[in-house]
Design a protein around this ligand. Structure first.
Ligand code: ADP
Length: 274
């Protein structure tokens, strides 16, 4: 027996009810705080590109009012405005994706899928981007893996990991993807030779809008939503994701997903109730 067990008071029914009520209130308060934090983050993120666009367009208008706008200036400013619009668009697309996935009733299309083919398709699409930055990407797989997955969601999850491997890399670096399987799960490992993630940030990188180095990430066009989307997509499959990283040496993400998709009780209930 632990000392605490011996000293545990007998709760009356009223006390138990009061305790449960307080716990529920605490939980609701936490949920509300997290919702408020999210709305505040979203507003802030959407405002930043807007502010830049406003400054750029106002400068152009001002210049036009005092005389001719030099061609070079016009082009430079318009390119910057166009980049800000791209950024705004990316944030909104990512947000919609995330909100959709986090909904309890998210629609999933599970299909028997050749995972090797799926990863090959992703690599084919990302190779030109990697080559532009002189990053080598490769795939290692031992045998064909057939698993029950939502192809779109898994593609999104793994694309984000590989894109990060390319983005947060060094000159002439590499991204290596490997596949493995046992009786129950398949494993996707995405390893890179990049800048690495400090230990204290590793627990937070899956949070929405979290970035390790805000100025650096902004420079390379991150929204801070990629890993949150990846995590949600992995969880939809009842899988798990882990990160290992050493600052200055590189990062490895490992995703583990069951070969067979099984609905949870909650999902079955949600489906039954329409
Ligand atoms: P972002 O859109 O900023 O890339 P993510 O959610 O994808 O957002 O990642 C969150 C942060 O985690 C990034 O801003 C970056 O600082 C860090 N990060 C993610 N992947 C890697 C990686 N492979 N190597 C180094 N840092 C990474």
């Amino acid at each position: 027996f632990l000392a605490e067990d011996l000293s545990m008071p007998d709760y009356t029914e009223t006390e138990m009810l009061a305790k449960a009520y307080n716990q529920m209130r605490h939980h609701l308060k936490e949920q509300e705080e997290s919702r408020q934090q999210f709305v505040s983050n979203v507003s802030h993120e959407l405002k930043t590109p807007m502010t830049s666009m406003k400054v750029l367009s106002d400068s152009l208008i001002q210049q036009a009012q005092v005389g001719e706008v030099p061609n070079e200036m016009y082009e430079d400013f318009m390119i910057d405005i166009s980049h800000e619009i791209d950024r705004e668009n990316k944030i909104i697309t990512d947000l919609l994706e995330l909100v959709k996935m986090d909904r309890k009733s998210t629609i999933i299309h599970i299909e028997d899928t050749n995972i090797n083919d799926l990863i090959n398709l992703i690599l084919k699409r990302l190779r030109p981007i990697a080559e532009k930055q002189q990053i080598d990407i490769s795939l290692e797989s031992y045998k064909p893996i057939i698993a029950q997955v939502d192809r779109t969601k898994l593609t999104l999850a793994i694309s984000n990991l590989i894109e990060n491997g390319i983005k947060y890399n060094k000159e002439k670096g590499w991204v290596h993807v490997s596949l493995n399987v046992d009786n129950t799960y398949f494993y996707i490992k995405v390893e890179d030779s990049g800048i690495g993630i400090p230990k204290e940030d590793q627990d937070h990188i899956f949070e929405r809008f979290y970035r390790v180095d805000k100025s650096h990430s902004r420079e390379i066009g991150g929204t801070g939503l990629g890993l949150a989307i990846t995590r949600s997509a992995v969880l939809v499959h009842h899988g798990a994701i882990r990160v290992y990283s050493r600052l200055g040496e590189g990062t490895t993400f490992t995703v583990r997903i069951p070969l067979k998709y099984t609905k949870t009780g909650k999902e079955q209930a949600a489906e039954a109730s329409g």
